[in-house]
Ligand binder design. Structure first.
Ligand SMILES: NC(=O)c1ccc[n+]([C@@H]2O[C@H](COP(=O)([O-])OP(=O)(O)OC[C@H]3O[C@@H](n4cnc5c(N)ncnc54)[C@H](O)[C@@H]3O)[C@@H](O)[C@H]2O)c1
Ligand SMILES: N[C@H](CO)Cc1c[nH]c[nH+]1
Ligand SMILES: [Zn+2]
Length: 432
């Protein structure tokens, strides 16, 4: 992890650049995958499973037997934990429901807004290097609450050509039964175009590596909506002397272990704080089973010393981290929290590890990366819904609002618009 002491604004931008392959390079790989899946359907999915996941897949869809058998392969302790996490995520997402709106803007003019679930949704569950069954909860729960009619789940097969039992168990728990053994860009292509086994969907959700993220962006060009570009995980920890270095180090490593292209940033209030955290990182990383991945991610990562709070907050807002951990003196906490404008999800205080949000506290872990927290929110119930507006105008209502519409239409030089009102007003005059 590189250390940067009191950098000037221009300097931190280049030093904190995310480690991504150029999108043109990734597109060169992803575009032909999308084309092949569009033309060859399931045949292409099986071919790519062999090429990228190194397995032969006979049946792309998980069978009822495979799904039912999964429960016995998940320990009771894990089942209990998944149920606890489900309960909290359920609660937090249920509470996000907003009442329908009905109001009269004028006498006789009623406007309404209703929330409707997106009909067909596709959930991508990453599984390349770790089987992220927690993502099944994060996407499946809000999809259910929103009332989405068709839910398809795609996830890469493991080395044996199967889906990890915890993914199957969690999917079954929340009632998802269309589970497809397909990962990467080919999964996104399948949900975009539809194949013999995979239905085309209206919106694709879920994080993934750079191939998945690039494919989702190409899917948008084909008219499919996506949640957001949720790529390699990242965390920024803002720590002062009150932060416990071992805790901070553990949080940095929790995101570094996701993938070699993850990035973790420490913004420390002094060199002493930064040094203590980095010593802890060096100690803790050696004990991790994914230390090779984490070490590579640390190579993309930076500790920045900034002894001025305004500048530190400037940097945080400019970087727009996916996860932000704020570990500052309690008397400064509220002010710092309130000045954060750009972050996917914020974790406050020494006892709030980022993993709490990843798994079980209730918030969603599918969040914007790569600075997209500047203009995207993380996944929530809203992501699975659309709002439809309605209106009903009575005879009295059209008499009230009609003249306003007529003069506006006339001045926009749109005569037919005006006529649609005038014809009604004349009718009412003639029939009164
Ligand atoms: N932002 C978020 O909310 C969030 C949440 C969870 C995970 N993540 C990120 O998701 C990612 C998961 O990545 P992963 O790789 O473990 O799993 P993944 O499921 O995203 O990708 C695995 C698939 O990538 C494809 N692939 C691999 N190498 C390829 C190549 N050379 N060319 C074309 N396709 C190839 C394969 O088809 C494979 O099935 C990590 O980067 C992690 O940080 C992000
Ligand atoms: N930290 C990831 C989001 O960037 C989500 C996750 C799932 N499992 C563990 N972590
Ligand atoms: Zn995580």
């Amino acid at each position: 992890m590189k250390i940067l002491v009191n950098p000037v604004k221009g300097e931190w931008k280049s030093e904190l650049a995310r480690p991504v392959q150029k999108s043109k390079d990734i597109e060169k790989i992803v575009k032909p995958i999308m084309r092949k899946v569009k033309r060859q359907g399931d045949k292409a999915l099986k071919k790519f499973a062999l090429e990228y996941d190194h397995v032969t897949i006979k049946n792309l869809l998980a069978s009822r037997e495979e799904i039912s058998a999964a429960k016995a392969l998940v320990s009771e302790d894990l089942q209990k934990a998944i149920l606890q996490a489900k309960e909290n995520i359920d609660k937090f997402h249920e509470a996000q429901q907003s009442p329908d709106l009905v109001m009269d803007t004028m006498e006789g003019v009623t406007c309404m807004r209703k929330t409707v679930g997106i009909q067909k949704v596709g959930l991508y569950i990453p599984g390349g290097t770790a089987p992220l069954f927690s993502t099944v909860l994060m996407l499946g729960i809000p999809a259910n609450i929103a009332g989405c009619e068709e839910i398809v789940l795609c996830t890469p097969p493991n080395k044996e050509g199967n889906i990890h039992p915890a993914i199957l168990y969690t999917a079954d728990l929340i009632g998802i039964d269309k589970i497809v053994k397909v990962g990467g860009a080919q999964a996104v292509a399948a949900m975009t175009y539809g194949t013999e086994s995979v239905p085309a969907v209206d919106k694709i959700f879920g994080p993934g590596n750079q191939y998945v993220t690039a494919a989702k962006q190409l899917a948008v060009k084909k008219g499919v909506a996506i949640d957001m570009p949720a790529g390699p995980s990242e965390v920024l920890v803002y720590a002062d002397e009150s932060a416990i270095p071992a805790f901070v180090a553990s949080d940095l490593l929790s995101q570094a272990e996701h993938g070699v292209d993850s990035q973790v940033i420490l913004v420390a209030s002094s060199e002493k704080v930064a040094q203590k955290v980095m010593q802890e990182v060096d100690l803790q990383v050696e004990k991790l089973s994914r230390k090779e991945i984490a070490k590579k991610a640390l190579g993309n990562s930076v500790a920045v010393v900034i002894n001025n709070q305004d500048k530190a907050i400037d940097l945080i807002n400019e970087y727009a981290p996916e996860h932000l951990i704020i570990c500052v003196k309690e008397e400064d906490e509220e002010e710092v929290v309130n000045r954060i404008k750009n972050a996917g999800s914020v974790f406050i205080g020494n006892f709030t590890p980022e993993s709490a949000g990843d798994y079980a506290s209730g918030t969603n872990h599918t969040l914007p990366t790569y600075g997209y927290a500047r203009n995207y929110s993380g996944v929530s119930l809203d992501s699975f819904t659309k709002k439809i507006t309605y209106q009903k105008i009575t005879a009295k209502g059209i008499q009230n609002i009609g003249p306003t519409i007529e003069i506006m239409a006339e001045n926009e030089l749109l005569e037919a618009h005006k006529n649609a009102v005038t014809i009604r007003l004349n009718y009412l005059k003639e029939n009164s």
